[in-house]
Design a protein around this ligand. Structure first.
Ligand code: FAD
Length: 347
């Protein structure tokens, strides 16, 4: 870009626009860029209008190819798609990915390196930051100025404003629930972003690794992913058993919702721990969050308090969940859920 595109401050002759370039660490699944990565692109675009955003996708095979074309055509915000095509990048091992980020930083000198606050980002970004000798800022929910960020602390009970005063790159993870994915008009007709292959010839593929990929175990389900679902139906310890959780699953099916759980329900073995919502689980912000038999401990609220509409059903009128609920029902969930199942039509 030329200086002509820069805005000038009225009190200072120096340009206030700094030409910046950002690398977004991309995740993809089934040939599509994950929504959390697209939120990271939204966050990158809010740093400055003069931001050249590159999205990095790694792996190999047809899934990578499809994801690359998805990213390239996704939005005019993306200036470039970088493709690191290698079998050793198929799985998100922090050692390999951090070396790749280091390589790209040496080559392109990014001003910002951003990832979503997902397991992928939380695994890779701190290690990359250590290699690059910068201090990462995690869980950002707002970008107030190019180097001024807001992030929750004390399980979301306070917000902390942080100014980054280090050297480039400024590395950060963002909460995807705070950066909605831009909607694209069906008739929008923008050019696809250019695609560049990353030269991996000097990448040390033989380096001995401290960790290795064994296998992926995941729940086969037709329900939406908990982190991105528009409706979440959560159960607490009060459900009493894995069998009773099936009641919630039926309700979720009717509503096209994802199922969530409190840590107490997970610890009791009612559901697997990837359904846990909260400080040590997933952070969600759906349009509708329904909590059944959930007390509303601060660690649970930390994961769902940004939901648009919160509905709580609890036998105890003094349960803390009612303090954040938009609609509260003091009732027995074993009476309410069957009634809802009867009255709500199949979606
Ligand atoms: P309880 O606190 O036992 O509440 C059960 C509720 O169900 C009660 O309010 C009761 O009135 C109601 N109830 C009982 N029977 C019925 C009925 N038949 N119908 C309707 N209501 C009924 N928790 C999380 O959820 N997520 C986290 O990520 C998380 N991280 C944590 C991290 C740390 C470091 C610590 C210390 C704790 C963490 N916890 C987390 C645990 C948290 O403190 C609570 O213990 C937990 O959330 C309680 O789960 P619960 O609401 O299911 O159970």
């Amino acid at each position: 870009r030329t200086l002509r595109n820069c805005r000038f401050s009225s009190i200072s002759p120096s340009p206030i626009c700094r030409l910046i370039n950002t690398l977004v660490l991309g995740e993809h699944d089934g040939g599509f860029v994950k929504p959390s990565t697209l939120s990271a692109v939204t966050a990158a675009s809010s740093i400055s209008k003069d931001n050249s955003i590159s999205i990095l996708l790694g792996g190999s095979g047809s899934a990578l190819e499809k994801a690359v074309s998805h990213a390239a055509s996704f939005h005019p915000l993306i200036s470039q798609v970088l493709v690191a095509d290698s079998d050793i990048l198929m799985h998100p091992l922090a050692e390999t990915w951090a070396d790749l980020v280091h390589l790209l930083q040496q080559k392109s000198g990014y001003s910002y390196i951003i990832s979503a606050s997902s397991s992928f980002g939380k695994n890779i970004l701190p290690r990359s930051a250590a290699i690059l000798d910068v201090s990462p800022i995690t869980d950002i929910i707002q970008i107030s100025e190019p180097h001024l960020f807001v992030r929750p602390i004390y399980a979301g009970n306070a917000l902390c404003t942080v100014r980054y005063t280090g050297t480039d790159p400024c590395m950060m993870t963002i909460r995807s629930t705070s950066f909605p994915i831009p909607s694209i008009q069906a008739d929008s007709n923008h050019d696809a972003a250019p695609i560049s292959q990353v030269d991996l010839s000097i990448f040390n593929k033989e380096k001995s690794m401290k960790s290795r990929w064994l296998k992926l175990t995941s729940q086969e389900t037709d329900r939406p992913e908990l982190g991105n679902a528009r409706v979440v139906v959560t159960g607490g310890r009060a459900l009493k058993s894995a069998d009773n959780f099936k009641l919630l699953e039926k309700l979720a099916e009717k509503l096209g919702a994802a199922v969530g759980a409190t840590r107490a329900a997970v610890d009791a073995g009612f559901v697997p721990n990837d359904l846990q919502v909260g400080q040590t689980g997933k952070i969600v912000a759906p349009e509708l969050y329904m909590a059944f038999g959930v007390s509303g401990a601060i660690q649970h609220l930390a994961g769902m308090r940004d939901s648009k509409v919160i509905v709580a059903v609890n036998k105890d009128p003094d349960a803390p969940i009612f303090q954040v609920a938009d609609y509260g029902l003091v009732a027995d969930l074993f009476e309410v859920i069957p009634e809802l199942l009867e009255k709500i039509p199949q979606k």
